[in-house]
Write a protein that binds this ligand. Structure first.
Ligand SMILES: [Zn+2]
Length: 348
């Protein structure tokens, strides 16, 4: 574990082809029953091993046990009908078949604690677990019961907080909430989004992260990005609010992004997971490209608060591309780490 510039992926990795069809979101499982349960944990072990071999410092589960980062969590809750799915528009951008909330939501039992224990058994390195954020959850379902986005988000925040506390007890060091919706619904972010996020993170001893991005490298997202113009200032809305939140770390996309790098300065005081790997293209970054991105952000974040990372999850990529990108991330971080160590060591 590197104390300076520790590396971590945002979350998802491609699944092995024997578990689910690769390079596809919501890809159906190829196994069932006990075979599926065993296959998921085998894939989780592989994901941990691939990160370790690539030289990644903070190990994630690669989301190998979930079909999707939001709907899998929602499907484990009471009050949700996941059989009769409904088509909704996600983040004002693309249609997806999602579960519907049909009654009061509650969590009958832990969703990911067994999986987190399995990851904990794989490594002595710090582990990070991603959960969907409350606002992104309400944007990825059909609500037939509450009739208020804020009310339902507050219910989910309570449920997420219970789950996060159990993950922490299972040995998870870092809990991450994925809130790509924070880049779209600015009024909600200001009016209740950050407050509700703080509720989800309340009382945790584990480090907390909020991940805000422009989405997976899928067509609906790249088409949307093309409409945003040459300079993306969405982070300007959310970062000052997050700077005052209780969450320790903000995970953002940076490499090949049109978000002005100086906006990171709005988070001063927070830890920052900087996306130095573009997940929307298959070309592998060189270590020097990764290093260049990290050098670019250093004027805006304290070096002891910088975590080199990916722009988003890598589920839609092929496995070898994801592996090579992780290795590039680790090598690029090592270049800058050596530079910083050289700059701070006393002259000989
Ligand atoms: Zn993302």
């Amino acid at each position: 574990m590197n104390a300076l510039l520790p590396t971590a992926i945002v979350g998802s990795l491609p699944k092995p082809s024997w578990l689910a069809e690769p390079e596809k979101l919501w890809s159906p499982w190829k196994l069932a029953g006990a075979e599926l349960a065993e296959g998921k944990h085998d894939a989780l072990s592989l994901a941990a091993e691939e990160q370790r071999l690539a030289g990644i410092d903070v190990i994630a589960d690669g989301e190998q046990t979930r079909q999707h980062f939001v709907t899998t969590f929602i499907e484990h809750l009471n009050g949700v009908d996941f059989e009769s799915r409904e088509t909704v528009r996600i983040r004002n951008r693309y249609d997806a078949d999602v579960p519907a909330v049909v009654g009061p939501v509650s969590r009958p039992k832990a969703v990911f604690v067994d999986d987190a224990q399995a990851l904990r058994a794989q490594t002595t390195q710090p582990i990070k677990w991603a959960l969907p954020g409350p606002m992104t959850m309400i944007d990825t379902l059909a609500d037939r019961h509450y009739g208020s986005r804020e009310k339902l988000a507050r219910k989910f925040a309570k449920i997420l907080n219970q789950e996060a506390k159990e993950l922490e007890a299972a040995g998870v060091d870092i809990i991450q909430f994925d809130e790509p919706a924070f880049n779209v619904f600015f009024d909600d972010v200001r009016d209740w989004g950050v407050e509700v996020l703080d509720l989800a993170a309340e009382g945790l001893r584990a480090e907390t992260v909020v991940h805000i991005c422009y989405g997976y490298g899928i067509k609906a997202n790249t088409d949307w990005k093309a409409t945003l113009g040459s300079e993306w200032r969405q982070y300007e809305e959310s970062f000052p609010l997050l700077q005052r939140s209780s969450v320790d770390t903000v995970s953002l996309e940076c490499h090949n992004s049109h978000a002005p790098v100086e906006l990171i300065g709005l988070l001063r005081g927070k830890k920052v997971m900087v996306g130095a790997i573009d997940v929307a293209r298959t070309a592998i970054e060189t270590p020097e490209e990764v290093a260049a991105t990290l050098r670019k952000v250093l004027p805006f974040v304290d070096q002891d608060k910088l975590y080199p990372s990916t722009n988003c999850g890598m589920a839609p990529l092929s496995r070898h591309v994801a592996r090579d990108k992780m290795a590039a991330l680790a090598s690029g971080a090592a270049i800058v780490r050596a530079e910083l160590a050289g700059a701070t060591s006393p002259p000989t």
